[in-house]
Design a protein around this ligand. Structure first.
Ligand SMILES: Nc1ncnc2c1ncn2[C@@H]1O[C@H](COP(=O)(O)OP(=O)(O)OP(=O)(O)O)[C@@H](O)[C@H]1O
Ligand SMILES: [Zn+2]
Length: 730
C-alpha cells in the first residue's frame, strides 16, 4: 500500500467509521490530499471523520460525488497501520469501518489545537483536608501528576467542582491554561539492575533482536519470579536508545498501576498509559503523542495495539497465555495474535512473556516459527514452591465448610510465624446457588439461562451474564414457602466468613474484582498486602497474576478441580496455567520457601498429577498429542458462529438453514457442527444458538466462511457473530 497524493478534484476513496460496508468516493479538496490523511467528509446531512483510502473507485454517479470537507491537522495514518487494519479485518471477518473505529478511539480528533483549562497539584502542602479534598489530591497523585480538566477531576474524586475550586484558593491545586497534549517526559535507558545467570543471555538476545529492527517473535519463558520483566525491560531500553517506540501489553488494568511504578523506577519517568480507565483528556494526549513521537513507551491493554505509532520498534505481550487478551465483545480478536500480525507488518520484534505459555505459542516454537528463551530459576536465592495435593475424599468436611483440617493447620502455622497465607477460590460472590429447601427450586436470572449468584456484600443476587440484580427472596419464587431459601456452595465472600470464624485473630483481606469501586482502591489494597497489612489473603483469579507479596509463603487452592469440569477443549491447559501461576505467588523471597496445597477430589487426574509433578514439557507434549489426534487448535482450525434472537424458533430455523447450505465450507474440506443451543442458551432475553466449524490448518477458512454466511441474509432482529479461533464456548 504505497502512498499517493491527489490533486484537487481527483477522485479519492474515503473510509469512515460508519457501517456502510464500502469505501466511498469523494473529490480531493482544494490543495489536494494524500493517502492516510484524516479528513472530514459530508455524509448525508452530517459531517463525519474518515481516512483517505486509495484512489476513488469511480463506480458512483459522478454527478453525486461531493468534495472532501477539509483535511484535519493530524499526522496521516501510515501505510503500515492501514495494511494492519485491512489484514486484521480480513482475518477476523470484521467490516473495515469497525476496525477503523478501534484505531480512532480518541476524543476530539476533529478539533484543532487550542488552550484549555486544567488542574494539577500545586506547591502548597495540604494539611487537615476534608475527606472530599483528600480524594481530589489522591486522584491527582494517582495519575502521576498528569493534569485533568475540572469535570474529569471532580468525577475521579467523586466530589463537586466547588471542592476543586476550594483547593485552588488554598494553593494545593493549581489552575492553568495549558496547550493541549504535551509530550511525555523522556525516558532514560541507562541504569537497570545487574542481570544474573540466564537473564544475561536472554536480555542479550532480545536487545539484539531490537537492534536488528526486523520482525521476529520470541517466547520468553521463565518460572514465576525469574525476572522476565527485568529482562524484557532491557529490550525496551534498547528501543529507547534506537529512538523507537515500545509497546508493553498487560492482560489486566489492575496490573498497570504496579507496572507503571516499576517502569518509572527503571527509566526515571512514567510512560504513556492506554486503557479504558484513562481519562478522555489523557487518551487524546496519548493518541497524538504516540502519532507524533512524543511518547516513547506505551503501557496498555489490548486496544493499545491500534494506536498510531510513529516508529514502533518492539511489542511485548506480558502473560501472553492470559485469556483476557481475547476480546469477546464487539470485534472478536486475540490481541496476542494481532500483536504478531502488526509487528510482522511494521518489521519489529515481538516478545511473548509467560511462565505458562499457551499451547498455541508452545506449538509455534516447536514448529520453528518462534524462538524461545528460558529463565529456569527464580532470581537470587529464592526457591520455587513445593506443590502438594490434599485428598478431600479423606477429609469428610461438613457441607458448609471448605477448608480442610490439613490446610487450616498450615494456615495457622504461617500466621503464627508472621508470614502470609493466600486462599484461592475462583468464584466471586458469596454462594453460586440459591436454592429452596422445600421444593428444590434454584433462583435464576429473568433474562438469561444462568443461576443468580448471591453477593452478600451488596446484599443482592447478581447474574454474572448480564449484571441484572434482585434482592435475595424470603419466600421461594416457585413454591411460595417462606424462610427455606439457602445459599449453596462457596464463593470468596463465604470463604472469608469461614476464615473469620476459624482464625478470629488474623487480619483478612479479600481480593475480588467486584469488591473494589476503582482500580485505585484495588491498587491500594494490593500495596497494603505487600507491605504486610494482612495475614490471610482470600482471592479470585486477580490474585494469581503478577503480584509480588514478599511475606507470602503458603498458597491454598480451595477447589483445584473447579476448572476441570465442562467440555472446553482448553480446560486442562487453563487449569494447569492457573494452578502454576497461583502457586508461583508463594515464597518469592530468598529464605522463605513457599508451599502450595491443592485441595482436590481427584488427585489421580492426569492434569492434577502434571501440576504436582511440575514436568511442564511432558504436560505440553501430552496435551499437544491429544489435540493433534483430535484435529483441534493449534493443530486444526476452528470458527464459532453465534446466532441470537428474541425468537427461539427463528434462530433455530436460520441456523439450520446455514448448516444445510455448507457447500462453500465443504469446498475447503471444512465441516460444520450444530446447530446446538449455546451452553448459556439465553442472555439478556436473546436465545443463543451455536455452530462450530472445523477445518484443517492451512486452508483458506476465512474466505470460505465469508462466502458461506453471505448466502443467506439474517432477519432484522437476528444477530450473527463469527468468532475465529474461539477461546470460549459459551
Ligand atoms: N537481576 C535482578 N536484579 C535485581 N532484582 C531482580 C533481578 N531480577 C529479578 N529481580 C527481582 O525479582 C523479582 C521477580 O522478578 P520479575 O517480577 O521480573 O519476575 P517475573 O518473571 O516477571 O515474575 P512473574 O512471572 O511471577 O510475574 C522482582 O522483585 C524483581 O525486581
Ligand atoms: Zn442475566
Amino acid at each position: 500500500m504505497y502512498d499517493r497524493t491527489y490533486q484537487a478534484g481527483e477522485l479519492v476513496g474515503v473510509l469512515t467509521t460508519e457501517p456502510l460496508g464500502r469505501v466511498l468516493d469523494y473529490r480531493a479538496p482544494e490543495g489536494g490530499c494524500g493517502d492516510g490523511d484524516f479528513v472530514e467528509v459530508p455524509l448525508g446531512p452530517r459531517r463525519v471523520l474518515g481516512v483517505v483510502w486509495g484512489r476513488g473507485r469511480g463506480d458512483w454517479d459522478i454527478a453525486k460525488v461531493r468534495p472532501v470537507g477539509r483535511v484535519l491537522d493530524a499526522p496521516p495514518m501510515r501505510a503500515e497501520l492501514r495494511a494492519f487494519l485491512t489484514k486484521a479485518a480480513d482475518y477476523t471477518l470484521t467490516p473495515l469501518p469497525q476496525m477503523l473505529r478501534l484505531a480512532t478511539r480518541a476524543p476530539g480528533l476533529m478539533e484543532g489545537a487550542a488552550l484549555r483549562r486544567v488542574y494539577r497539584l500545586g506547591g502548597a502542602v495540604p494539611n487537615q483536608l476534608t475527606d472530599a479534598r483528600h480524594r481530589v489530591v489522591e486522584a491527582l497523585r494517582a495519575y502521576g501528576g498528569a493534569p485533568m480538566t475540572l469535570g474529569e477531576l471532580a468525577e475521579e474524586a467523586g466530589c463537586g467542582t466547588s471542592v476543586v475550586k476550594g483547593l485552588v484558593k488554598l494553593g494545593v491545586v493549581v489552575e492553568e491554561e495549558a496547550p493541549r497534549d504535551l509530550p511525555f517526559p523522556v525516558l532514560d535507558p541507562k541504569g537497570g539492575p545487574e542481570l544474573q545467570g540466564d537473564q544475561v543471555a536472554a536480555a542479550d538476545a532480545l536487545v539484539a533482536a531490537v537492534a536488528a529492527g526486523e520482525y521476529s517473535t520470541t517466547l520468553l519463558k521463565g518460572v514465576t519470579g525469574s525476572g522476565k520483566t527485568e529482562v524484557y525491560l532491557e529490550a525496551v531500553a534498547e528501543c529507547l536508545r534506537a529512538g523507537r517506540q515500545a509497546l508493553v501489553l498487560l492482560p489486566e488494568i489492575a496490573l498497570t498501576a504496579e507496572f507503571l511504578t516499576r517502569v518509572e523506577a527503571r527509566f526515571g519517568a512514567r510512560p504513556a498509559e492506554w486503557h479504558s480507565g484513562v481519562t478522555q483528556t489523557e487518551r487524546r494526549r496519548v493518541w497524538k503523542m504516540v502519532a507524533t513521537g512524543g511518547a516513547s513507551v506505551v503501557v496498555g491493554a489490548r486496544s493499545a495495539l491500534f494506536l498510531h505509532y510513529q516508529r514502533l520498534g518492539l511489542v511485548v505481550v506480558d502473560e501472553e497465555h492470559d485469556t483476557s487478551y481475547k476480546q469477546e465483545e464487539g470485534v472478536l480478536y486475540n490481541a496476542r495474535d494481532m500483536a504478531v500480525l502488526r509487528a510482522s507488518i511494521v518489521g519489529c520484534p515481538v516478545v511473548l512473556a509467560s511462565a505458562t505459555p499457551s499451547l498455541e505459542t508452545w506449538a509455534n516454537v516447536e514448529a520453528g516459527k518462534y524462538s524461545r528463551l528460558d529463565l529456569s530459576a527464580r532470581y537470587g536465592a529464592a526457591e520455587m514452591p513445593d506443590v502438594r495435593a490434599i485428598d478431600m475424599r479423606a477429609e469428610k468436611l461438613p457441607a458448609d465448610r471448605w477448608i480442610s483440617a490439613k490446610l487450616a493447620a498450615e494456615v495457622a502455622a504461617r500466621v503464627a510465624k508472621g508470614e502470609q497465607a493466600m486462599l484461592f477460590l475462583n468464584r466471586r460472590g458469596y454462594a453460586p446457588v440459591t436454592l429452596c429447601r422445600a421444593c428444590g427450586h434454584q433462583v435464576g436470572c429473568d433474562h438469561c439461562d444462568a443461576r443468580m449468584v448471591e453477593h452478600r456484600f451488596q446484599k443482592r443476587l447478581v447474574c454474572h451474564q448480564c449484571g441484572a440484580t434482585k434482592p435475595v427472596p424470603v419466600a421461594c419464587p416457585a413454591c411460595g414457602v417462606e424462610g427455606r431459601m439457602a445459599a449453596v456452595g462457596p464463593g470468596v465472600e463465604r470463604l472469608a466468613e469461614e476464615v473469620a470464624a476459624r482464625f478470629p485473630e488474623a487480619r483478612v483481606a479479600v481480593l475480588s474484582s467486584d469488591l473494589f469501586g476503582s482500580a485505585r482502591a484495588l491498587k491500594a489494597q494490593i500495596e497494603a498486602i505487600a507491605a504486610g497489612g494482612a495475614d490471610i489473603v482470600i482471592g479470585t483469579q486477580i490474585v494469581a497474576k503478577g503480584h509480588n507479596f514478599p511475606l507470602l509463603t503458603l498458597v491454598g487452592v480451595i477447589d483445584a478441580d473447579l476448572g476441570l469440569q465442562g467440555s472446553d477443549l482448553r480446560a486442562a491447559e487453563r487449569t494447569f496455567q492457573l494452578m502454576r501461576q497461583v502457586a508461583g505467588r508463594a515464597g518469592r523471597v530468598e529464605g522463605r520457601k513457599g508451599v502450595a496445597l491443592l485441595q482436590t477430589h481427584q488427585p489421580e487426574h492426569p492434569v492434577i498429577r502434571a501440576i504436582l509433578g511440575g514436568d511442564e514439557e511432558a504436560f505440553w507434549r501430552a496435551e499437544a498429542a491429544e489435540r493433534r489426534a483430535a484435529g483441534v487448535p493449534p493443530y486444526g482450525r476452528m470458527a464459532g458462529v453465534i446466532l441470537s434472537s428474541p425468537d427461539v424458533a427463528q434462530v433455530f430455523d436460520f441456523a439450520g438453514e446455514l448448516a444445510r447450505r455448507d457447500g462453500p465450507l465443504r469446498k475447503v474440506g471444512a465441516v460444520v457442527f450444530g446447530p446446538a443451543p449455546a451452553p448459556i442458551a439465553r442472555v439478556r432475553g436473546r436465545h443463543r444458538v451455536r455452530l462450530l466449524v472445523k477445518a484443517e490448518k492451512g486452508v483458506p477458512l476465512q474466505a470460505a466462511l465469508a462466502e458461506w454466511v453471505g448466502q443467506v441474509k439474517p432477519p432484522a432482529n437476528l444477530r450473527l457473530a463469527v468468532d475465529i479461533d474461539p477461546q470460549s464456548f459459551l
